[in-house]
Design a binder for this molecule. Structure first.
Ligand code: SF4
Length: 294
């Protein structure tokens, strides 16, 4: 966790990119956080993939996170930079922002940066993640010649020994990372200011689950009732727009604002009668195959 000196870290910056209120709560009211099991599993999975990816560039120096203070990690990184060709989890700080880089590798003219993801494709959020690292690392004085997002190649089929060069794909993200630098600088300034102020006035919205389920949903969503507009199935009426208009429960949605399955849902919520679609049930059952339903 960042200390007073390190008011922002990479993970906090990323949290702030999703929602400034989440960043503020994480810093000032972390006890309101409720991590989901799926988030913990995703973290553990990401950690495993990260360790595996280190073998792409074996023999590097690891800068551990656990049991070391931020300053100790920075000192160890500084020492490793003078002798190592590859460093895992190197630590850097610039203008109070602390980051850890999955892998950096010494090359002619500087270092290459590798951000490892256990995903099958490059997402915008990964480029943002790499961009903040690039900003801090280069700001601290190190030259980064190229930045890569390393992700899984799902077309790879193992045949004998695990081939890491085929399991992982290296996406050269240097261009995208450089394009983001001006934004990163402005966003750091915004987030630093937000952390010094009062809790941002941000209501619930699509950003609560995009790109990740927010850890503070249990706090911010506490006034959302059961059978709410957010239980509307499929596309059609905008649940957040209804919520903003003060329509919170399914049964209160004006009928002229919904159609098809959503209309059926609202009518069911109003009548409180169970509706069974025999046709839909049959279609579902017909899809089941031996041996699931022998
Ligand atoms: S639950 Fe939504 S509004 Fe609340 S902090 Fe998270 S993203 Fe922001």
């Amino acid at each position: 966790m960042p200390t007073k000196t390190h008011s922002l870290s990479k993970s906090r910056y990323m949290k702030g990119l999703q929602c400034h209120k989440a960043l503020w709560l994480l810093t000032h009211n972390p006890e309101l956080r409720e991590e989901s099991e799926s988030a913990n599993q995703a973290f553990a999975q990401g950690h495993k993939v990260g360790e595996l990816a280190q073998e792409i560039f074996p023999g590097g120096v690891l800068i551990p996170f656990d049991d070391l203070t931020f300053d100790e990690q920075l000192q160890r990184t500084k020492a490793a930079l003078t002798r190592a060709k590859v460093i895992y989890e190197a630590a850097f700080i610039h203008n109070g922002v602390f980051v850890k880089a999955d892998i950096i590798r010494k090359v002619c003219g500087g270092w290459e940066l590798y951000e490892v993801k256990g995903s099958s494709k490059v997402k915008d959020i990964y480029l943002d993640d790499t961009a903040i690292q690039y900003h801090v690392i280069t700001g601290s004085g190190l030259t980064i010649t190229k930045a890569f997002v390393v992700h899984l190649d799902t077309s790879y089929r193992r045949n004998g020994e695990l081939d890491l060069d085929k399991l992982f794909t290296h996406h050269n993200a240097t261009k995208e990372v450089l394009q983001r630098q001006a934004y990163v600088k402005k966003e750091i300034a915004r987030q630093t200011k937000i952390l010094k102020g009062k809790i941002p006035n941000i209501d619930i919205g699509p950003w609560c689950s995009d790109p990740y389920d927010c850890d503070f949903k249990c706090h911010c969503w506490k006034d959302v009732p059961e059978d709410s507009v957010f239980d509307l199935a499929g596309n059609g009426a905008d649940a957040f727009a209804l919520y903003e208009q003060g329509v919170k429960k399914l049964k209160d949605i004006p009928l002229d604002q919904v159609k098809g399955k959503q209309l059926q849902q609202v009518e069911t919520a109003r009548s409180k009668k169970l509706v069974v679609s025999k046709k839909g049930l049959k279609q579902f059952l017909d899809k089941l195959r031996y041996w699931l339903c022998r």
